[in-house]
Ligand binder design. Structure first.
Ligand code: ME8
Length: 651
């Protein structure tokens, strides 16, 4: 039977237009859906809009219109944005649709009849931004920490869902299914919450005297349903719960994607609701971090937004997809910066990939009149080595993406792309071409064409348009969904005439005054002498290095945000640090000398541009600097006082 994959995004509030945070989650879901389709899965992708509740009601009122008209307009803008961005969803659910309302009422009825809903009275602090009551622990100085609004105390009679009844069950479920919520830090967050406090029952209604814009309770027409109880149900209502064909096909394999802002409703409300309604649990809750802009959390309420439309107009869809998927380490926060977009486009897309495709196609056209040359087994031109490297990159890409680690996955493919560029330089086809009809030239070019084809297929879930352009130019009949066959390096049709795909990714000029965030790599790539350790420095005298060699090491101040021991290792601590560029994971061999709580909050020095290394299944993105006295084993971390912010560069 064909394997299946079902991916969801949160359904977005229609109180304002889409922003890049929404665009990221939706691009990630679209990528995952295309990736699984590429692997041969029957893949289904759901997104939509969340249209009920106070927040929408108030936004409509502020615009002098009805909630329905307001929701129609903004929901339409979301759909248009996704179409313009080339997002290929299978269904778009709106919570004001009849099909959704019917399922919410059906589930409420079931839970009510099971005795898990009761009538009572409640007082609490309600945040309209979050659309939920906050506990006093969650508030800061009487206000919501995310929205900065001072919260009012509201007391009224309402219906409650007996969430408390499921607290022990949920802890046991998460205990038995350690990756139910991933990455680990978010599972720990939910577990800490469940362990530290007694779960309160969830208030699931609003009296119509206060709010009319919602789904009427099936057992009391004076009340509407609380917006979270309504919204979460979209994930099953869109599939035709309880007996729709799609529900039966896709629900068992659901992968939810959300950001860290809505972990509580998805990690606690939703599983207990599913349990009470007798519905199978979701498979995984995949939680990503936040894109931060100008140090501040980017949100509609704070008003610091860049529109997705402006981004794609300025840079292009493929470019933006690549930037998002490459630049965010799943689970951690990342800094949004247009300078980094420009660098990713110039270095990764134009220099590494675009250049490779261009060189390979141009040389095929020049030396073989564009006809795909034969591979000559007697002159293999290192084919086995290429195939091995390609297969290894592909497998690592596949494994990383299955865990939503898109950044690591793409880096693995780029290792192969960079290797192909080196292969061109090492084999110098332009010299081989001087010996007419050389079998070696033929094999070299065929190996390159197969490599470019393989990479283009693997990248097609990311670079949707440009991959298709290359695959078309190579006249490849890649109808196969068996990507394992890419590793045969024998998929192109010998003698077929390729066409010139043109410039795939034009280089972008920096605006005056914009910093080059990858200065160091640039000097290496634009032909400056490579400075590897076995290359003598230009200075006379042993052991001395050139200033530019020192300049290649990016040492920055970073703040330690979290620290934890790694099970099974006596030496290692897993840290998350704010490097000023991003939030990243570092694995450091300091456990015998430093307790985690002793170093959290400290500013240390980080080598920020070390190649990632994997230790105890964790990828470390850099190294902390420490000093060891002669004859001592004990590393002393170099700490910097608070007057220097994270991100400050040493030099
Ligand atoms: O919470 N960085 O809707 P919402 C990354 N309707 N992603 C971000 C982001 C940022 N700075 N800001 C927002 C709701 N997002 C509810 C959901 S689901 C049953 C109901 C993304 O419009 C991210 O996916 O506030 C986050 O979880 C979502 O937008 C919140 O969207």
């Amino acid at each position: 039977m064909q394997e299946r994959f079902y991916v969801t995004t949160p359904i977005y509030y229609v109180n304002a237009e889409p922003h890049i945070g929404h665009a990221y989650t939706t691009i990630l879901a679209d990528f995952m859906s295309r990736f699984y389709a590429m692997l041969g899965y029957d893949s289904y992708f759901l997104t939509g809009t969340d249209e009920h509740g106070d927040k929408i009601y108030q936004a409509a009122k502020a615009h002098n219109t009805t909630p329905q008209k307001y929701a129609d307009r903004i929901s339409g803008i979301f759909r248009k944005t996704w179409t313009d961005m080339g997002i290929r969803y299978d269904d778009f659910i709106r919570t004001s649709e009849k099909r959704h309302i019917a399922v919410v009422q059906e589930i409420l009825k079931r839970v009510y009849e099971n005795g898990d809903i009761y009538f009572g009275s409640y007082g609490g602090f309600y945040c309209v931004g979050c659309e939920r009551f906050l506990t006093e622990k969650e508030m800061v100085n009487g206000a919501c920490p995310d929205h900065g609004i001072t919260l009012n105390y509201i007391e009224e009679k309402n219906y409650f869902f007996k969430m408390s009844r499921y607290q022990d069950w949920l802890m046991a479920h998460i205990g038995k299914n350690p990756d139910f919520i991933r990455p680990e830090r978010y599972r720990n967050e939910v577990m800490a919450l469940l362990k530290s406090e007694v779960l309160e029952d969830l208030c699931i209604s609003r009296p119509k005297s206060r709010l009319q814009w919602g789904i009427t309770l099936p057992f009391d027409e004076n009340y509407v349903t609380y917006v979270w109880f309504d919204a979460l149900i979209n994930y099953v209502s869109a599939l035709g719960y309880p007996d729709g064909e799609k529900f039966i096909k896709y629900w068992p394999v659901v992968e939810h994607i959300i950001a860290k802002d809505i972990v509580k409703p998805h990690g606690i409300f939703w599983p207990t609701m599913l349990k009470a309604a007798g519905i199978q649990q979701y498979r995984h809750l995949n939680v990503h971090g936040y894109w931060n802009m100008q140090e501040a959390k980017m949100s509609k309420s704070l008003g610091n937004v860049v529109t997705p439309q402006a981004l794609i107009d300025r840079y292009g869809n493929d470019q933006i997809r690549y930037f998002f998927l490459r630049e965010m380490n799943f689970g951690n926060d990342a800094k949004f910066s247009e300078e980094v977009i420009v660098d990713r486009i110039n270095y990764d897309l134009a220099n590494d990939l675009g250049n490779l495709v261009n060189r390979v196609c141009t040389m095929t056209i020049r030396y073989f009149d564009g006809r795909i040359p034969a591979f000559h087994p007697e002159e293999p031109a290192g084919r086995n080595d290429l195939v091995d490297r390609f297969t290894a990159s592909m497998e690592e890409y596949r494994a990383a993406v299955k865990n939503f680690q898109t950044s690591t996955g793409l880096e693995k493919l780029w290792e192969f792309i960079r290797h192909l560029n080196k292969y061109v330089d090492a084999n110098k086809p332009w010299q081989l071409a001087k010996e007419n009809g050389s079998a070696l030239l033929s094999s070299v070019m065929r190996n390159l064409l197969e490599g470019v084809h393989g990479i283009s297929v693997l990248l097609s879930p990311v670079l949707v348009q440009s991959s298709a352009t290359v695959i078309r130019a190579l006249k490849a009949q890649t109808t196969t969904r068996d990507i394992a066959s890419l590793g045969t390096f024998n998929l192109l049709a010998e003698g077929e005439k390729i066409s010139d795909p043109g410039i795939l990714f034009p280089r972008l000029e920096r605006r005056a005054g914009e910093a080059d965030t990858r200065q160091n790599e640039k000097s290496e790539k634009t032909g400056g002498a490579p400075m590897t350790p076995d290359q003598p420095s230009s200075q006379k005298g042993e052991g001395l290095i050139d200033i530019s060699e020192f300049g290649r090491i990016d040492i920055r101040v970073a703040k330690i945000l979290t620290a934890a021991r790694i099970e099974g290792s006596e030496k290692l601590l897993e840290l998350t640090v704010d490097s000023g560029l991003d939030e990243r994971t570092i694995v450091a061999g300091i456990a015998p000398w430093y307790a985690p709580e002793q170093i959290v909050g400290k500013n240390i020095l980080l080598v920020a541009n070390l190649k990632p290394a994997t230790l105890f299944k964790r990828t470390s993105h850099g190294m902390l600097l420490a000093a060891k006295a002669a004859g001592s084993e004990r590393p002393v971390l170099i700490m910097i006082d608070d007057s220097i912010p994270a991100g400050a560069k040493l030099g």
